[in-house]
Design a protein around this ligand. Structure first.
Ligand SMILES: Cc1ncc(COP(=O)(O)O)c(C=O)c1O
Length: 382
């Protein structure tokens, strides 16, 4: 019988026990202690809104930002807090000084909303997005070569995911950063899934723009994102929201969004502590162990061979579904069926006209979660 490490952690979540949660990657899931911390901050607001917003919020946000920065190996003034990576990407692309004829390279693995943000910033200026096709299983060396062959004299920026959404793979961000430096172009990293999974040396990476979510693999409340702008762009790419902090330098300008719920930022340090108590390395291994168990079960059901895998140390993995069709609507229909008839939440992604289950492993998952998916696959897809 398979046993997973850290099974005792399951009770820390108040997830519906009837549901098999195999999609941590999209929206995360909040441990009880982190939710308690978030509610504590919300109660603070309701006890005395003026006291909170006029006096307490500023030092409280500064304190949370300093703790989050430390977790990311940064000084407090090196990172800004944002609500999520959608917001950080929009801020980058709306603020970057694009001009007519500029080209921005994105890979075909990029998250759709982020590509839209690039287009919204670039196209009105008269620039164009250049999409580079990268085979799902391409080795890192080939990824760098493919990107380099797309760089022209008009290229001003490369946008790359550290961990992709539809294909759950990593890209070699350090090699790509070096490539951008060699060609004198800006480097933007969508690190939505990175915090919690990697201890990236952000100073060594020296991306022009790097953004990550804390509400995915750090289990902060939804609405906790981090946005690192390299010193050379600070003050040039400004916060999207104009507030009373308009004349404050980076990152303080980002701290103020008018009157909003700040509890996700303020509770994020509690989420970091929660995992630190187990040890991040152990947590990561426990996630990967569960993901591999589930992925292998589903691969066996679908007759998928290991030659269709890119083995990575990630808590999410994709399994190709060869006998599937129907496009986005087909995926949504299968997702609805798995949810309503089998109580399984699992993303079905499309990449390059092929379909995939993206299966996640998390401390709250048990073998039964994956066995339920394997059984559903047997019934619905064989
Ligand atoms: C690669 C990638 N980029 C961006 C996002 C957007 O994240 P958010 O909705 O928190 O802004 C996601 C969300 O799943 C993602 O996977």
């Amino acid at each position: 019988m398979t046993t997973f490490d850290l099974v005792e952690a399951k009770s820390e979540w108040s997830l519906d026990p009837e549901v098999h949660h195999l999609n941590h990657g999209s929206y995360g899931a909040l441990p009880r202690v982190v939710y308690a911390e978030q509610k504590k901050w919300q109660e603070e607001v309701h006890k005395n809104p003026v006291g909170f917003y006029a006096r307490l919020s500023r030092p409280a946000v500064a304190d949370a930002r300093a703790k989050i920065a430390k977790f990311l190996g940064q000084e407090a003034d090196q990172i800004a807090l944002v609500r999520n990576t959608t917001e950080a990407a929009t801020t980058t692309m709306r603020g970057f000084p694009f001009k007519s004829g500029d080209e921005v390279i994105v890979l075909d693995h990029e998250y759709g909303a982020i590509t839209y943000a690039v287009k919204r910033g670039l196209e009105p200026a008269g620039g164009k997005v250049v999409e580079v096709v990268v085979p799902r299983l391409a080795v890192d060396e080939d990824v760098v070569k493919l990107v380099e062959s797309a760089i022209t004299g008009k290229t001003v920026m490369l946008v790359v995911d550290h961990v992709t959404s539809a294909t759950a793979r990593t890209f070699p961000i350090f090699e790509l950063s070096a490539l951008c430096k060699k060609h004198g172009i800006a480097f933007t990293v969508d690190a939505s899934h990175a915090p919690g999974n990697f201890d990236t040396d952000l100073d060594a990476l020296d991306a022009d723009f790097w953004f990550g979510n804390l509400h995915k693999w750090v289990s902060a409340p939804q609405g906790a994102g981090v946005f690192r702008i390299a010193p050379r762009w600070q003050g040039k790419v400004q916060s999207l929201v104009v507030s009373w902090n308009e004349f404050e330098p980076y990152p303080l300008q980002f701290d103020m969004l008018g009157t909003v719920d700040l509890s996700a930022w303020l509770a994020a340090p509690r989420a970091i502590e929660f995992y630190e108590a187990f040890g991040w390395e152990r947590v990561r291994k426990a996630h990967q162990q569960r993901m591999r168990f589930g992925r292998d079960l589903v691969m066996a059901e679908l007759g998928v061979g290991t030659d269709e895998l890119r083995e990575e140390n990630l808590p999410m993995g994709v399994v190709p579904i060869h006998n599937m069709q129907g496009g986005v609507e087909g995926c949504a229909a299968l997702g609805r069926k798995l949810s309503s008839e089998y109580k399984i939440e699992v993303p079905i992604t499309i990449f390059s006209d092929k379909y995939f289950f993206r299966i996640s492993g998390h401390l709250y998952n048990t073998p039964a979660d994956y066995e339920a998916l394997a059984m559903a696959v047997r019934k619905e897809l064989k």
